[in-house]
Design a protein around this ligand. Structure first.
Ligand SMILES: Nc1nc2c(c(=O)[nH]1)N[C@H]1C(S)=C(S)[C@@H](COP(=O)(O)O)O[C@H]1N2
Ligand SMILES: [Mo]
Length: 348
């Protein structure tokens, strides 16, 4: 493994990304008019340290521990030869929207000040983690599965690693080696990463090197200090528009957006184009997959120039909806309140 010279390998043009230290946020306007999936060139990157350069010819993945009867160790070609599945699902950082605690509610939290761009939906292909666990002879006493990344240790906390309960591991977790039809890009976990549908992004460990299966609950800084008690992601919505977008008053405009929830399907999206005075239901279009997002649109013919606040509020099948404000969160996770998105209606 050679040390990379920059935290992120792929190009980060200003029109696609906003860079935050070692991480990069997708600009929502870059999804405008695109298809269902987030192209790899604009998928957000969240790195605790930097993207490692892994030699796939010597790479191997070990599955071991007291929770399995025999340790497995296999290489990249072995992994690609195993029974594969394809999932169209989102990965979203728990801190997505953190900035709005500060800008909308004046109770900000430290950490990456993401807008709404720390989410992407991709077509992931790989081997179900359940298959690997069964191959290793999963014991009924197994409790936790601990995937660890091969990226550099994070501060004094060691390699990025977060325990996953065996129930979730057996349910729908993938050891992915492909993203949108190509081998995983370096920044997204090459040669293999976990994809944990519906859960906070930190569960989807990149650059997998080791998976320990234990018969006792496991603790690492990533389920005690940094992401205690966070599993599924709440309901959120975003417009496919630049922050402070300029829209000609001549219109009409089709305003597009997407809504998602880690807890189930989106059943309703309402939009307000007057800062919350009136609401109307948005129309859905395109695919709508569980674990991913629902694309929607509304038509708008603004009659006057000036600044407006656009708002979108979704409801998922569990009945969870987006409130106007939410209580402060010490880490700034799970910002699911309605975001007030400013646009400027201009002459022209
Ligand atoms: N090994 C490793 N895995 C990791 C991380 C990391 O820094 N190192 N970041 C996590 C976090 S916090 C998130 S939100 C997702 C982001 O995935 P992406 O960079 O492919 O968008 O990866 C997770 N997996
Ligand atoms: Mo994250």
């Amino acid at each position: 493994m050679r040390q990379a010279t920059a935290a992120i390998v792929k190009p980060l043009p200003d029109r696609l990304f906003k860079v935050h230290g070692n991480s990069a946020e997708m600009r929502w306007e870059s999804m405008s008019g695109l298809g269902y999936h987030t192209p790899n060139d604009r998928f957000f990157v969240r790195n605790h340290t930097f993207t490692p350069d892994i030699d796939v010819t010597t790479w191997s993945l070990r599955v071991h521990g007291a929770g399995v009867r025999r340790a497995l160790e296999f290489g990249y070609e072995d992994l690609r030869a195993m029974p594969a599945r394809t999932y169209d699902v989102a990965i979203e950082c728990a801190g997505n929207g953190r900035r709005f605690y500060r800008t909308q509610q004046h109770d900000g939290a430290p950490g990456t000040q993401w807008g709404l761009g720390a989410i992407g939906v991709a077509r992931w292909r790989g081997v179900p983690l359940a298959y690997l666990l069964k191959e290793a002879g999963l014991r009924p006493e197994a409790v936790d599965v601990l995937p660890a990344g091969l990226d550099a240790p994070f501060e004094e906390h060691g390699h990025v690693r977060r325990p996953l309960p065996v129930g979730k591991a057996l349910d729908d977790v993938l050891v992915a080696y492909e993203m949108n039809g190509v081998p995983l890009p370096a920044d997204h976990g090459f040669p293999a990463r976990l994809v944990v549908p519906g859960w906070v992004g930190i569960a989807s460990i990149k650059w997998l090197g080791d998976i320990e299966v234990s018969t006792v609950p496991l603790f690492t800084p990533w389920n005690t200090i940094f992401y205690p008690d966070v599993t599924t992601q709440p309901v959120k919505s975003a417009f496919e528009l630049a922050w402070n977008a300029r829209l000609p008053v001549s219109g009409p405009h089709v305003l597009r957006g997407r809504s998602w929830s880690g807890r189930g399907r989106i059943v309703r999206v309402e939009v307000s184009l007057d800062g919350g005075l009136t609401w109307r239901e948005a129309e859905h279009h395109g695919q709508h997959l569980v674990g991913a997002w629902l694309p929607w649109h509304v038509e708008w013919a603004p009659r006057r120039t000036g600044t407006r606040l656009l708002m979108a509020r979704a409801t998922d099948e569990t009945g969870a909806t987006q409130p106007l404000t939410i209580p402060r969160h010490p880490f700034g996770y799970h910002f699911d309140a309605v975001v007030r998105h400013p646009v400027h209606v201009v002459n022209g």
